[in-house]
Design a protein around this ligand. Structure first.
Ligand code: COI
Length: 364
């Protein structure tokens, strides 16, 4: 039986003026809409109690399994306002399927795709006013579905009670400096994920394990870290929160192949599909970090960019590692290919370009 989401409107939503002040400069992940989605799953009863309620603290026993054993997964997607006022999201079926794959890896229950889509629609319908106006910015409403083991039990086994939620946050550029090249640190002391691990799942643990590498990068004057394969430390995996692409002088668009330790990004997959239309040759293969280091110096690599739902397409600047660095190929706002891909994606997402792939899904 499919989930329905009973709407319980809050009595004290933000005033128009309060909401306008947030939408004026939302940043990323700092402000949340008036409501959230919640649902509960039990091993005996399946999914039930779908609700849209006031955004606020959630109750959790201190013994809840998620707090101890990190049985948790999440997704990230955005709601975009089009010029006619309608609200759309981008390839949500891909997020639903990835959530199901992450659930299988973390021994969590699968939320059916129809229920996932219904949960997004229910929240965005209620908090529609929080979706930034159509305009010349890239502002949108970031949607964060998540699932966690809420059972109060300290034994190590898959939880028998699990919660699902969706929260929403008005979003501008992911990086505070806007669209400018990010400097990357090559993390060789820390890996994000290993063979047979959870690297391909979107689970909180992967992000936690990327933080020490990111900190090390910050200590070396970089903003983000790039992680390598955990067994040989020679091949590029991803940035922890973003996939990575290299553009070659031969017009190839190269990204690390999915080895099981890399997240299968929706933006990554979409860019690979768009590549041919943009006159580029998409290539998925193992990418030695040395190829990037040498190529950025020799000119064989003409651009590097990172991508993800939150960051869209972000140019990558200088690459640094213990004892060396490779120069930025990005100029002050990214190279022409990076900018072209970014524009193309945003044009589709904001309804300015024809959606020939059928990627957009109307929410409101
Ligand atoms: C996203 O891009 O949606 C993510 O979940 C990555 C996170 C770094 C914000």
């Amino acid at each position: 039986m499919s989930l329905t989401f009973d709407v319980q409107l809050r009595a004290d939503p933000a005033s128009d003026a309060e909401r306008a002040a947030v939408l004026d400069n939302p940043g990323f992940g700092k402000f949340f809409t008036d409501h959230m989605v919640q649902a509960v799953w039990t091993r005996d009863g399946g999914w039930r109690d779908g609700r849209v309620t006031a955004y606020g603290p959630i109750q959790l026993m201190p013994s809840a399994a998620v707090l101890h054993y990190a049985q948790e997964i999440f997704e990230g997607l955005k709601a975009y306002r089009h010029e006619d006022g309608s609200i759309w999201t981008f390839r949500p079926q891909m997020n639903a399927r990835r959530l199901a794959r992450s659930a299988a890896r973390l021994a969590l229950p699968v939320l059916p795709e129809a229920d996932f889509l219904a949960s997004l629609e229910a929240l965005v319908r209620v908090d529609e006013a929080w979706v930034p106006a159509y305009g010349d910015t890239e502002e949108s409403l970031y949607l964060r579905p998540f699932m966690y083991a809420s059972e109060a039990f300290l034994g190590v086994r898959p939880a028998n009670e699990v919660r699902y939620g969706v929260i929403a946050s008005p979003a501008g550029a992911y990086f505070s400096g806007g669209v400018k090249p990010v400097t990357l640190w090559v993390s060789t002391n820390y890996a994000r994920a290993g063979a047979g691990g959870t690297g391909a799942a979107k689970c909180g643990g992967n992000y936690a394990s990327s933080l020490a590498g990111q900190l090390e990068g910050i200590e070396h004057g970089c903003e983000q870290a790039v992680f390598l394969d955990s067994s040989t430390h020679t091949f590029v995996d991803e940035l922890g929160g973003m996939n990575v692409f290299l553009v070659t002088k031969d017009n190839e668009l190269v990204t690390p192949e999915l080895t099981g330790s890399i997240l299968e990004g929706v933006t990554r997959g979409s860019i690979l599909q768009l590549a041919k239309e943009l006159g580029l040759d998409p290539v998925e293969r193992r990418v030695p970090i040395a190829e990037w280091e040498d190529g950025a110096r020799s000119g064989d690599i003409t651009e590097v960019f990172a991508c993800g739902t939150a960051a869209v397409v972000t140019p990558v600047g200088e690459l640094r590692w213990e004892g060396g660095s490779a120069p930025s190929t990005a100029g002050s706002a990214g190279g022409p290919v990076t900018r072209h891909i970014r524009e193309r994606l945003l044009d589709i997402q904001f309804g300015r370009a024809e959606d020939v792939h059928g990627w957009m899904h109307r929410l409101v």
